[in-house]
Ligand binder design. Structure first.
Ligand code: GDP
Length: 392
């Protein structure tokens, strides 16, 4: 499956840049999975800090308004600037050409200004202008980032949900690393966001050069598996010596039979601590299961057992599954996409917090309006004589 990845704002740009880096290096043997990567921002310095997205694909918007300095966490401004410069973005997309991609992925940190406001506008535009599905990858702020970030995230999420074919959630609260620098924590989280896509997108590319799986997960499977709110689970088991990216440790599983190995890695991928946004499998309408690793470990019966396990657990009926052989890999990787989620606790929490903030803001605004309009006192007081500068 081939993606056009568009990062909006700082977080969006960084994650899109990592997609471009992986595409050029780690994923290059699987074909060109991300033929187009673009970064859009109101902050010039964020765009300059990117490494892999070509300079020509970095679009600075709102120059006349914010002069390259960003929106200052104002997502209304982010939305307005995106709307005003859609023609520039459209031009960039036409020059790059998007006819050979299977879907768009718009990425943004939902708590800020540029991505939070701009991403929903961009998604709506892409939906209107293109036939291909448009997915959003929304990064939720951590709890300690404050009320404004939470409020912005809630509004952005509601707007994204209206137009995107699916909104994949990544929750910074679950994945932030304590005791490291913010930059390190972001780098770690960004690799967690991007890594699973190599397996998801690569499996169905017939020109990938790797051996072909027994049951290939192709673009159609992924498209049919996504919808509504989604969360992606990832688990890894060392088979010939290796390291688990998500859990930081891995168990040697060689002693297990291959069927149990495939089944267990998928079960691990659905554990709350393995998902980009914590949720319960039973709250998913649809799911996609993918097991990747050296062919000798990919057991058809085990993958089918894992698929069945999910089929019994989700509230809907559609569970797709497949394998992706990687002969030189030292681990078995299980990936699960859960979508059509009817409950994501962190999303609920953000929406509830934001609704409470909105209520307080409305009350205070009413009071402020009353203070602004003091006309009822005008008739009761002798007016100030503005001509002479003295009280009349
Ligand atoms: P914008 O540039 O105005 O769109 O704002 P940001 O992209 O900085 O959005 C702020 C939100 O994104 C906050 O919740 C940050 O914690 C989060 N964020 C910023 N950079 C990164 C990053 O590189 N990775 C992740 N996972 N989150 C980030």
């Amino acid at each position: 499956m081939r993606l056009c990845v568009i990062g909006v704002g700082q977080a969006g740009g960084r994650v899109a840049d990592l997609f471009a880096q992986y595409n050029a290096k780690e994923w290059s043997k699987h074909g060109n999975l991300v033929p187009v990567s673009i970064a859009i921002n109101t902050a010039k310095s964020d765009l300059m800090g990117l490494k892999a997205i070509p300079k020509a694909n970095r679009v600075l918007i709102g120059q006349t308004n914010v002069k390259g300095h960003g929106t200052g966490t104002d997502n209304e401004l982010g939305a307005r600037l995106m709307k005003e410069e859609m023609h520039n973005i459209n031009r960039a997309l036409s020059v790059l050409g998007t006819h050979y991609i299977d879907a768009f992925l718009v990425i943004a940190g939902l708590g800020g200004g540029t991505g939070s406001g701009g991403a929903p506008i961009l998604v709506r535009y892409l939906k209107e202008a293109h036939e291909d599905p448009v997915y959003a990858l929304g990064i939720l702020p951590a709890k300690d980032e404050g009320k404004l970030m939470t409020f912005n995230a809630a509004r952005s999420l509601l707007a994204l949900q209206e137009s995107a074919d699916s909104v994949i959630i990544f929750d910074n609260e679950s994945w932030k690393r304590e005791g490291t620098s913010v930059a390190e924590s972001y780098n770690h989280m960004n690799s967690l966001i991007v890594s699973p896509f190599g397996y998801l997108l690569g499996g169905g590319e017939s020109d990938s050069g790797s051996s072909v799986g027994v049951k290939v997960v192709d673009a159609g499977d992924i498209i049919n598996s996504l919808g509504g709110l989604a969360s992606i689970g990832y688990a890894e088991r060392e088979v010939d010596g290796g390291f688990s990216l998500f859990n930081g440790k891995s168990d040697s599983m060689d002693r297990l039979d291959t069927s149990t190995l495939c089944h267990s890695v998928i079960k691990s991928a659905t554990a709350p601590g393995s998902l980009t946004a914590q949720c319960d499998i039973k709250d998913a309408e649809r799911a996609l299961v993918l097991v990747s690793g050296p062919p000798k470990y990919l057991d058809r019966e085990g993958i089918e057992r894992a698929r069945k396990f999910l089929e019994d657990a989700v509230w809907g009926t559609e569970v797709r599954g497949g394998d992706y052989p990687m002969p030189r890999s030292k681990s078995i990787v299980g990936i699960v996409v859960l979508s059509g989620l009817i409950n994501v606790p962190r999303v609920k929490e953000i929406l509830e917090d934001a609704a409470a903030t909105q209520k307080t803001v409305d009350k205070r605004e009413k009071k402020r309006k009353e203070m602004d309009d003091l006309s009822e006192y005008k008739g009761k007081l002798k007016p100030l004589n503005l001509k002479s500068g003295e009280a009349a």
